[in-house]
Design a binder for this molecule. Structure first.
Ligand code: M6R
Length: 599
């Protein structure tokens, strides 16, 4: 999730400090590289950028001294194209007349780069932000030097969800477009500006203009104009006044990052599916999985990432008939190190890419000469550097300590890989983002209702069967992590082998149930209810199941392969609402940190 900011002023001035401050305000979105460009009144472009923290890069490259009457700054969170100086943004066009930067993902980036190179454009990196600039450049001459027309033509070439800002040295204007990624304008005294989101604008002005998808925006020092990308027609939009605190704006209007990130899941799942369709990394990844032949693939993760590995193993088996061994990093070392060799493949799964347990296991796999694949959210991480090939989760920065959107995308990615291994069309997965969006909407109120009962219990059980077993484990982890209650996740058929003894009057047990498993689950539910326990079903609507439980948390009906991922949403919402009800800050639970770099 990159961030862009642009400003245009009536007079040339020192813009560096404004750009640094805006970058700092965007930093909560996550980034690995930072860059700024200014355009002097004479039209000269000053571009400075590199990989690293804002403080380090801006000091080393002396951003503070940058002057101009137009300025653009960008924070890059790498999705494709490694974090590197050429891939850092903003980018110049071939002859250095234009400069621009983007936020989002251009999914046909690889094809467009090949086209640009064939046409003789000068492409300096592999990043899709550069693709946006060249996409405008190649139409600029054909449109008689008309930026608006060139951007409209570029829009038809660029597939994906993005927003970008661009300027031409000879025209005292900034241009931007929004398609799926955030963009908001700000009106000040003697300047206008725009940004991926509000927090970087609010210290400058509270007068804002909301930009919608399919709109091109032009900024002059005294006005912001909007145009419809489809026909170029001007759009009238009144400015608004934002009165809220900046901290609320950072959380997208949600009270906590966790809730914001839960709500982002349909979008990031959609983006990941598009990215996987178009990335050349995927073929290499699938090839390496296939090369392992009849031997099992090891799926190695910790915490939430381990739970995704558990579900991944089900998917590999059910969809592709491939055997996979899910394991924890230290478990991989202790249980499998002596039996793996060059013929084996392990997929190391880590949101942060820095978890020591996972890097230790990777080191052992390297020593044994096996193939090292990985799945990660932070592209410049140690895991990315140590892998033969990796796939990104493309979630943007996950701030909240409890992993939510990265878990969903890990599961989506495993399901996608299973489809590819089976030679099945992945467009069968295209319903998932809609189902997730529906789940976020319809399960919130019932989750709160369930929490009214759970909130006073300090011990409870979550049970799943088959593919919902990993979801029960993940749901239990989430509840423990942010409510401090003890919650054990189990395979439902195992409950009678001991833990059933914990059941007494009103003892809460949640049953995560897949369509088709209801009859089996009703047996396990009755074991609980006949002993005075309170059974709560989390499942798509099923009249007989409903009759057998005390409470029902209904989720949208879906294909059984998609359903475990859909069931994750109410599990997250229950944990979130219970955390808040207990007065805990779910974003920063006690004793925990987002990245665990210790043994
Ligand atoms: O960065 P990683 O995916 O390697 O992190 C692994 C675990 O530490 C992490 O998933 C942890 O369990 C989460 N905070 C749970 O929400």
């Amino acid at each position: 999730m990159c961030g862009i900011f642009g400003i245009i002023t009536s007079q040339e001035q020192t813009l560096g400090p404004i750009l640094i401050e805006a970058a700092k305000r965007l930093a909560y979105r996550g980034y690995d590289s930072v860059g700024s460009a200014t355009v002097w009144a004479s039209g000269q472009i000053d571009l400075r950028k590199d990989v690293g923290r804002i403080q380090d890069v801006s000091t080393r490259l002396r951003f503070a001294e940058m002057r101009g009457s137009r300025g653009i700054t960008q924070l890059r969170w790498a999705t494709f194209g490694a974090p590197s100086q050429p891939n850092a943004q903003p980018h110049l066009d071939s002859d250095g007349d234009m400069v621009g930067a983007h936020n989002g993902n251009v999914v046909n980036n690889v094809q467009l780069r090949e086209l640009f190179l064939r046409e003789g454009l000068i492409v300096r990196g592999t990043n899709d932000g550069e693709t946006c600039v060249h996409a405008v450049e190649r139409h600029f001459d054909h449109n008689g030097g008309d930026m608006l027309a060139a951007i409209r033509s570029a829009y038809t070439d660029l597939e994906g969800d993005y927003a970008f800002v661009i300027t031409h040295r000879d025209e005292h204007k900034l241009y931007a477009i929004k398609k799926g990624s955030g963009l908001v304008g700000g009106l000040g005294d003697g300047f206008t500006c725009l940004s991926s989101d509000l927090p970087s604008i609010l210290p400058l002005t509270r007068r804002i203009i909301r930009i919608r998808d399919g709109e091109i925006v032009t900024l002059a020092p005294d006005r912001i104009e909007l145009f419809n990308v489809a026909d170029g027609a001007p759009i009238t939009r009144d400015e608004e006044r934002y009165e809220g605190p900046i901290e609320v704006a950072e959380k997208g209007g949600y009270p906590h990052f966790m809730l914001k990130e839960i709500h982002e899941q349909p979008t990031v799942a959609n983006e990941l599916l598009h990215l996987l369709d178009s990335t050349p990394h995927l073929a290499r990844f699938v090839e390496a999985l296939r090369a392992t032949g009849d031997r099992p693939v090891y799926l190695v993760g910790s915490g939430t990432s381990y739970h995704a590995c558990l579900l991944g193993a089900y998917y590999f088996n059910r969809v592709a008939g491939c055997s996979a061994v899910p394991c924890l990093g230290p478990q991989f070392i202790e249980q499998y190190a002596n039996s793996v060799g060059p013929q084996d493949t392990a997929v190391f799964v880590s949101q942060s890419g820095e978890t020591k347990d996972i890097l230790n296991a990777l080191k052992v796999m390297r020593q044994k000469g096996g193939r090292v694949l990985s799945v990660l959210n932070v592209l410049g991480s140690s895991l990315a550097h140590a892998s033969d090939v990796y796939l990104p989760l493309a979630c943007g920065y996950e701030i909240s300590v409890p992993a939510t959107k990265t878990f969903v995308n890990q599961c989506v990615l495993f399901l996608y890989l299973a489809f590819r291994l089976a030679g099945r069309k992945t467009d069968e997965l295209s319903a998932l983002p809609r189902l997730l969006a529906e789940a976020v909407e319809v399960t919130d109120a019932p989750s709160r209702k369930v929490v009214e009962y759970l909130v006073n219990w300090n011990a409870l059980h979550y049970l799943g069967y088959g593919m919902t077993h990993p979801i029960a484990l993940e749901a239990a982890l989430k509840l423990k992590e942010i409510t401090y209650a003890h919650c054990e996740g189990m395979f439902s058929s195992e409950f009678k082998h001991g833990p059933l003894a914990a059941v007494h009057d009103g003892y809460p047990v949640l049953f995560f149930t897949l369509a088709g498993d209801e009859a089996m689950m009703i047996n396990h539910i009755n074991e609980v209810t006949t002993r005075g326990g309170r059974a709560i079903a989390v499942a798509a609507e099923h009249p007989i199941l409903r009759k057998n439980v005390h409470d029902y948390l209904p989720v949208p009906a879906s294909d059984p392969l998609l359903a475990p991922i859909v069931l994750t949403i109410p599990a997250q919402l229950v944990a979130y609402h219970m955390s808040v009800a207990r007065g805990i800050d779910p974003d920063f639970p006690r004793n925990l940190s987002k990245t665990l770099t210790v043994d």
